[in-house]
Design a protein around this ligand. Structure first.
Ligand code: GRF
Length: 219
């Protein structure tokens, strides 16, 4: 019998998922002022917004920045009455120009912490220098395995039996910053990209809010 606390169902036969460190949300002295960057459906954005609404994460989403005009995350943000700013990367000559505009927007909305929740652009030192150590990302693998795009496909192709998700600090090298929190997800016989991705996302939604708070309590 492990003495490691399994989250959710405590019976490991029922819930094989493992999160480390345990996702208890540390108390924060003052609300974190978050800026979220997202490109897609925004389920992680919603999980963070819900944790804030539930008073489990002491934070406020100051602004959502999205780069894809059709991204569903914008609709979600409007439902939460969170300001949205579209910065379509196709309208910028290079990554640095986009990042300069992102920094300006984040500063306008008085953001302290930048949360990449499915932001499908590589960020540059321009963003990272403006928010040193305060840019976080979620990635659908147990880093350092399966960095970059199509991490779920990569895990299936490699034949690993356990994968998962990781919240980490962002550094210039893609998916390489200090790891804050991970959740393990077993790969089941017959898993497809869609079925595995769906189970990974459930765990992403569990670890992202506490990992944000954890980052804020660490140097
Ligand atoms: C997540 O799986 C995340 O790991 C990856 O992009 C996906 C975003 O999903 N970086 P959603 O838009 O939050 O639903």
């Amino acid at each position: 019998m492990t003495d490691y606390p399994l989250q959710g169902d405590v019976n490991p036969d029922v819930n094989p998922y493992l999160i480390s460190p345990p996702p208890e949300i540390p108390a924060l002295p003052s609300p974190l002022r978050l800026g979220v960057l997202a490109s897609g459906s925004g389920s992680n954005f919603a999980a963070i917004a819900q944790a804030i609404a539930d008073d489990t994460l002491n934070a406020q989403i100051q602004v959502l920045i999205y780069n894809n005009p059709d991204a569903k995350v914008a609709v979600r943000a409007e439902k939460w009455q969170i300001p949205t700013v579209l910065l379509n990367h196709r309208r910028f000559p290079h990554r640095e120009a986009l990042d300069r505009e992102i920094v300006q927007t984040l500063e306008t909305y008085e953001v302290d912490w930048v949360v990449m929740a499915g932001w499908m652009r590589v960020v540059t030192p321009i963003l990272l220098a403006a928010f040193p150590n305060q840019v976080l990302n979620i990635h659908p693998s147990l880093l350092p395995s399966f960095k970059g795009v199509r991490a779920v496909e990569q895990a299936l192709a490699a034949g690993v039996k356990i994968t998962g998700c990781t919240v980490h600090r962002v550094v210039p090298e893609v998916d390489s910053g200090a790891i804050l929190m991970q959740a393990a997800v077993p790969i089941l016989p017959g898993d497809t990209v869609a079925s595995l991705q769906a189970r990974i996302q459930v765990q992403e939604h569990r670890i992202f809010p506490p990992a944000i708070a954890l980052a804020a309590t660490m140097p």
